[in-house]
Each structure stands twice: as structure tokens, then as C-alpha cells.
Write a protein of this length. Structure first.
Length: 745
């Protein structure tokens, strides 16, 4: 079917010697950071972090310090009735010390007594991070040897502490208690604990989970563990608790129950936590069963979060990570074809056994993803799968098809698909028009694009198109296309028409023009645009200021950066870390010597600005850009790299595992031999510093080496990998590709 559809005065600062500006060109990018108006607000997050620091008071022997610290801690509690009397403070300090000693001694009866006393006087909320230590000690008392009987009174004490600690984010004890019940074959006891935890969590205002010293907020290597939980419950359970509940249902052979647990509490999968959890069970068949449950419920979770999944697939296709897209798609098809299917293709199939429906937006996301990876064959297979399951492609799918062909530069295929879509009675939407117009402009067919745009405007006028309030993206696409096709006069006329008759242009509209004129050093035009932007009540973003900076440098203004800072001030935009970092990123995207010099000068501006001190994200971003790109002046790039590393060391900023992942990936994207050397250097540095390498580490390394076809190095990496972990899922697939010497699945 798919085949048929497509056949037819500046301040004095210290500046490094290599920062002398020269002219440069500017390439299109997009600002990811939106600057905020300069309005100071109290930071609730900052207070939370201060609050977490005070439990050290229980370790000191100075009563005055104890009392003062606890009072400070209480003053930061935002909940009503936080005031605590001095006698209660003294009581709290005394009992916490006794409680710690009782836990250390394994005196569970005394632990229960002390815990009850603190609970009766409503002082448990003052424990803060101390709860993590209590939870860890309680977990040790909750031994998992299923041959030993468990005294009911002791069990109640440990479980009460475990639930209270878990509600504050310290889940060790509760997870261990649930594991104990599962190993003894009592799944209902484990699930009862989990339900008690949910009740307690939902009945109180929960503080932020206590930070773990080991857990990281990173993407899972198999592409299934996503952190897209912006609308999650305020009392979202920790993954280890959800995992324990899933294991309990696996013991009961109830995949339906496990599925409901995940959909009710859609937490992201953490491979290291899962590996540690599975090690608690000696029964390999049970481990495999639980892992199968986890894999399938995670697929269901992802499908249920339609827009987040679409974003994830778009990110994968942008990185040309076809293998992850294929693995994910294959898992979805298995979810439809399993002997016990748990996914549905239409609402009429939805049930407790098949609670998640694959929406058209999901199919469309995969379709575009395959085409952006230049795999038309896989896109055709998907189209046929839709027809096989009785799904008639709608406007969302056709729009995705057009977007995919646009990314491939196949304007003829896009035009033919448009004709076939219309012939089938599918009414194109606003984004459908945007896709086909973009494909025509990108193919240097501006007349055809303008003709299609004229049809779009008629449809808007006669009310044939729905959601006409969302039409601006089409106009912005036309503005961009006209400028790129050498028709700036037509583009300016359209912009003026939008200002007078609507839809009103936004910052994207103006950034399109600023980038066009900025690259050409046409600063007079840039000045006019800035005035129009001000008249329209718009505030510039990082992309705006970077474009203006490019224009200033083009005309030889050595005070360009100070001019930009003044412009930001006039627009009430605070030049904070986020804004500075975004502008630096835009300059580095140019891959020019001038862009590099300007970025480094901006970095030095930050270092002398007490309100915009560069952080680990800033320095890591600069380093990654230095590694990723092939610079015309390699000596300058190397000097900049050494400078960044020196400043990080002076500021005591040390790379962690996530930082190394970013840097290794950037190095491997550099096609030069220096890229491989840089990646291996960071790999050795991780090993020397004894930073644990998880699935993400190995995935990034192997995937990058496969892309470079560095088979000998990849073989050595596989040998190293097998000494630490057993590869599964996507990682196992990469190992297979290395053994077969193939860059594709």
C-alpha cells in the first residue's frame, strides 16, 4: 500500500590570547532554552535542599548546636503546624540517638517502642535523610532467609518503619520486606505491604524522594526506560517497590495484575536496580519470568504515553538509532500477537487483559522514524501491518508519511502521496499542509510550494480546516522556505501581512529572519527586525540573541557580546546560566573558528559574572561540542579543550557517569581518528576512577563503534563487557552485530 501511495563601550575583562574575533558564518539551529524575564522569586527547591542538610545535627554532641539546627530545620518545613516546642526538640534528639543504637544492636522491640514515641508526638517528619540510614538498618534486620520464622511483633515493627521510610523516599527496608514475603511464597503479604504504602503515601504531603548516592536519571540502553513522567502522581512509588509488586504478581501467574500495577504507577525502568533486585532470587526460572513481565508491562507503559513515545522515537531517529526503533516496534507487534496479548489496536478490543490501545499517533511516530532512518522498506512493512490489523491510515498517518519523505528529500514521493491521500477522501490538516509545503521548498520547488500554500489559505478562509488557531507553523514554514529559496522580498511581505492581519508572528517567525540576515552580516535588517519584535511585544530567546551576535561579529563589532548583554537587559531577560549556555551552544554549532572564539569569550564572561557562574552542564556541553565537531583550527580547539578541563579542575567539577556518557558519545560522533582516541581515553578514565559502567555505558560505546565500523576495538569492548555483565535486549543485539560485522540488524 505504501509503495502504491508513492509511485506517480565595553567592560574590561580577562580574555585569553586565542579569543581575537574574526568573521564567521552562522548555521541554523534551534534554541532549546527559553530565557525568563528578570524576576526574582524565592526558590522552594533551594529550601528543600537546605532542609535535607540538617539531619547531621543528630551526630553532634553539642546540645546548643543540636537545638539550633533542629529549629532551623523546623522553620523550613512548609506544612501547617510545623512549630515544635523546645521540650519536643530535646525529646526528638534523645530518641533519635537511642533509635539508632537500638537498630544497630538489632533490638527490634526497643526500636518499635522508640518509633511509636516519636510517632505519637508527630516528630517523625523531622528525621529527613536520617530515614535513609534507618531504612538500610531495618532492611538488614529483615533478613530474607525463608527458612527462618518471623516473629509477628518484630515483623510489624520493621514493616511500620519500612512504610514510613518509603513514604519519605527511603525504600530499602520495604523492598526487602516484600522480597522476603515473595521468597516465602506469600505474594499476598507482599502486595498487602505495597497497598499499605500507597495508602500512607496518598494520605500525606510527601516530600521529594531522598537522593540516592548511586541512582542516576539517565536513559536506559534498551530504549524502553524513559523519564517522561511530568504528569505523574505526587506520591509516585519508587521503581524497586513497583518491581517487587510485579514479582509478587508473577508468583501468582497474574500478568494482568502486574500490568495494572505499572499502568497505575508508570515509573521508569532502572536496569541497575532491576539487576540488583533479581540477584535476590536463586530460582533462575522465576528471574526469567519476572524479567519477561517487566519487559511487557514497560512496553504497555510506553504505548500508554503517546506523545512521550513519539518524542522518544523522534530523538532516536534524529540520532539514526534504527536498532532501538526496530526493537521497540518488534516488541509492540509481539504485544499484539502473543498467546496472551496485552495490547489492542482499537477501543472495542480494550479490556482488563488488553488495557492499552495503540493509537494512530503511535503508528505515525514509527512511520516517520523509519523514513528518517532512510528505511522505506520498514515503513512499507508498518503500513501493511496497519492494514493487516484493520487500521485505516488517517490524516495523522498520512502527515507522518509526508514528514518522513520531507526528511529524505523525496518531494516527488510526498506529492504523489498527497494526491493519493486526497483521492481516498482524507481531508488534509494544517500539519499535513505544513509537511508537503516544506518538502517542496526543500526540493527547491518554491512555485509549487506557493501554489499549495495558496490552497491552504483558501481552505483557512472558507473554514474547511479544523483548528485554524494552530495555523502559524505553516506560515513560519513558508517564511523559512521563501528565505532559503532567495525570495526575501516575498518573505518580508508575508511577515508584514501577518503583523497586520494575523495570525500574529511569534519568536520563531522573527528568529527565521534574524538567522537569515545575521548570517549575511546585514545588521541594518537585523536592527529593523529587533524593533518590530519589540513593537509586537515579544521577548527574544537564546536563538534570537545568538543570531544578533552573529550579525554583530559579521560587521566587525568587537564589543558584540556587551551589546548583546545590553539588549538582553533592555528586554528584561536575565543573562543567567541557562541563557549563556544556550547562546554558547548556538555559537559552537557553527563549527567555525569565530564561533569557537566567541563561545569561549562568553564562557569567560560567565566565569566573571557572580550571577551566571558556569556549572557542570555548561562545561560538559562545551567539551562535547569540542569533541563532536571537526574544527578548521585543530590547535585552537585543543587549546580550548585544555582550558575547559583546567577550569573544571580548579572549580572541583568532576565528571560523573552521565558526564562520561555524553563525552564518549560526542567523541564517537567525530569521524576523525581523534574522535575514537578521545572516546577510549574517557573509557579508560572511567575505569581508572572505578566509576561503575552500566548498560548505558556499554550501549553508547558499542553503538558508536559499530557506526564507525571499528570492529577490532569493538571486539575488545565486548570482551571487557562480558567480564562484568550478561548483555540482554538491545545490548545483546549490538554484541551480535559486532560478531556478524554488520552495521544493521
Amino acid at each position: 500500500m505504501l509503495r502504491h501511495a508513492t509511485t506517480k563601550t565595553r567592560r574590561t575583562i580577562v580574555v585569553l590570547d586565542f579569543l581575537a574575533p574574526t568573521a564567521f558564518g552562522y548555521r541554523l539551529g534551534s534554541s532549546k532554552v527559553q530565557p525568563q524575564p528578570s524576576v526574582m522569586k524565592p526558590s522552594k527547591r533551594h529550601d528543600t535542599e537546605r532542609l535535607a542538610e540538617f539531619p547531621v545535627s543528630v551526630h553532634t554532641q553539642n546540645p546548643a548546636i543540636i537545638c539550633q539546627n533542629i529549629k532551623q530545620r523546623i522553620s523550613l518545613l512548609s506544612q501547617p503546624g510545623a512549630a515544635v516546642s523546645d521540650p519536643d526538640i530535646n525529646f526528638f534528639d534523645e530518641k533519635v540517638v537511642e533509635l539508632r543504637l537500638a537498630l544497630k544492636a538489632g533490638d527490634i522491640a526497643r526500636v518499635g517502642e522508640l518509633w511509636s514515641q516519636l510517632e505519637d508526638r508527630k516528630l517523625l517528619r523531622l528525621l529527613g535523610r536520617e530515614l535513609r540510614g534507618f531504612s538500610e538498618r531495618a532492611a538488614k534486620l529483615c533478613f530474607t532467609d525463608n527458612s527462618e520464622p518471623w516473629d509477628e511483633d518484630e515483623k510489624k515493627v520493621i514493616e511500620d518503619i519500612a512504610i514510613a521510610a518509603a513514604c519519605e523516599g527511603a525504600v530499602n527496608a520495604l523492598t526487602t520486606c516484600m522480597i522476603r514475603h515473595i521468597k516465602r511464597g506469600d505474594s499476598q503479604a507482599a502486595l498487602h505491604l505495597y497497598r499499605r504504602f500507597l495508602v500512607h503515601s496518598s494520605n500525606q504531603t510527601v516530600s521529594e524522594p531522598l537522593p540516592s548516592s548511586t541512582q542516576e536519571n539517565v536513559e536506559d540502553a534498551n530504549g524502553l526506560a524513559l523519564n517522561f513522567l511530568g504528569d505523574q502522581l505526587s506520591y509516585q512509588p519508587n521503581f524497586s517497590l513497583v518491581l517487587a509488586a510485579i514479582a509478587a504478581y508473577a508468583l501468582e501467574n497474574s500478568f494482568e495484575g502486574a500490568l495494572k500495577i505499572m499502568l497505575d504507577n508508570p515509573v521508569r525502568i532502572n536496569q541497575s536496580v532491576q539487576k540488583e533486585f533479581m540477584a535476590s532470587f536463586d530460582d533462575f526460572s522465576f528471574r526469567a519470568k519476572v524479567q519477561s513481565y517487566v519487559h511487557r508491562v514497560d512496553i504497555a507503559r510506553l504505548i500508554s504515553r503517546h506523545h512521550s513515545l513519539s518524542t522518544h522515537i523522534a530523538n532516536l531517529s534524529s540520532n539514526q538509532d534504527l536498532s532501538q526503533i526496530q526493537n521497540l516496534y518488534r516488541a509492540i507487534i509481539e504485544g499484539l500477537n502473543d498467546p496472551e496479548p496485552y495490547l489492542a489496536v482499537r477501543d472495542s478490543q480494550k479490556s482488563s487483559q488488553r488495557p492499552v490501545v495503540i493509537q494512530e499517533i503511535n503508528w505515525a511516530a514509527f512511520l516517520t522514524g523509519f523514513l528518517r532512518c532512510h528505511r522505506r522498506d520498514l515503513a512499507e512493512n508498518l503500513w501493511n501491518d496497519m492494514l493487516k490489523y484493520g487500521i485505516q491510515p488517517g490524516v495523522i498517518t498520512w502527515t507522518a508519511l509526508l514528514d518522513g519523505f520531507d526528511s529524505m528529500g523525496e518531494a516527488d514521493a510526498a506529492s504523489t502521496s498527497w494526491d493519493n491521500m486526497v483521492s481516498q477522501g482524507i481531508q488534509p490538516g494544517i500539519l499535513t499542509y505544513r509537511a508537503v509545503i516544506s518538502s517542496l521548498f526543500n526540493a527547491r520547488r518554491p512555485d509549487d510550494a506557493i501554489e499549495k500554500f495558496a490552497i491552504f489559505k483558501r481552505e483557512i478562509t472558507n473554514g474547511s480546516l479544523p483548528d485554524t488557531g494552530d495555523a502559524l507553523p505553516v506560515y513560519n514554514t513558508v517564511l523559512h522556505g521563501l528565505l532559503n529559496n532567495g525570495r526575501p522580498g516575498d518573505a518580508d511581505a508575508l511577515l508584514q501581512n501577518l503583523r497586520q492581519k494575523g495570525p500574529k508572528p511569534d519568536i520563531v517567525s522573527y528568529n527565521t529572519f534574524l538567522r537569515h540576515h545575521g548570517r549575511r552580516g546585514e545588521f541594518r535588517a537585523v536592527s529593523v527586525l529587533l524593533e518590530r519584535l519589540r513593537e509586537d511585544g515579544l521577548t527574544g530567546d537564546a536563538f534570537t540573541f545568538s543570531s544578533v551576535l552573529s550579525a554583530l561579529l559579521k560587521v566587525g563589532r568587537t564589543d558584540a557580546i556587551d551589546i548583546i548583554l545590553g539588549l538582553m537587559k533592555r528586554q528584561n531577560v536575565e543573562p543567567n546560566v541557562a541563557v549563556f549556555s544556550a547562546i554558547i551552544d548556538q555559537q559552537l554549532r557553527e563549527s567555525s573558528e569565530q564561533g569557537l572564539r566567541t563561545a569561549m569569550e562568553l564562557l569567560q564572561k560567565m566565569e566573571t559574572n557572580p550571577d551566571a557562574q558556569p556549572n557542570d552542564v555548561t562545561y560538559t556541553g562545551v567539551l562535547a561540542s569540542l569533541h563532536r565537531r571537526v574544527w578548521p583550527n585543530t590547535a585552537l580547539a585543543e587549546e580550548c579543550r585544555r582550558y575547559v578541563l583546567k577550569r573544571m579542575k580548579e572549580r572541583n567539577i568532576r565528571s560523573n557517569r552521565v558526564t562520561y556518557h555524553i563525552l564518549i558519545k560526542a567523541c564517537l560522533e567525530n569521524p576523525e581518528p581523534e574522535g575514537l582516541q578521545g572516546a577510549l581515553g574517557y573509557y579508560r578514565e572511567m575505569a581508572n576512577r572505578k566509576i561503575p559502567m552500566n548498560y548505558d555505558t556499554w550501549y553508547i560505546l558499542l553503538h558508536g563503534l559499530i557506526s564507525r565500523e571499528e570492529w577490532a576495538v569493538a571486539d575488545e569492548m565486548v570482551e571487557d563487557l562480558l567480564r562484568y555483565i550478561k548483555p540482554v535486549g538491545a545490548l545483546e543485539s549490538l554484541v551480535g552485530r559486532i560478531q556478524r560485522r554488520t552495521t544493521s540488524i
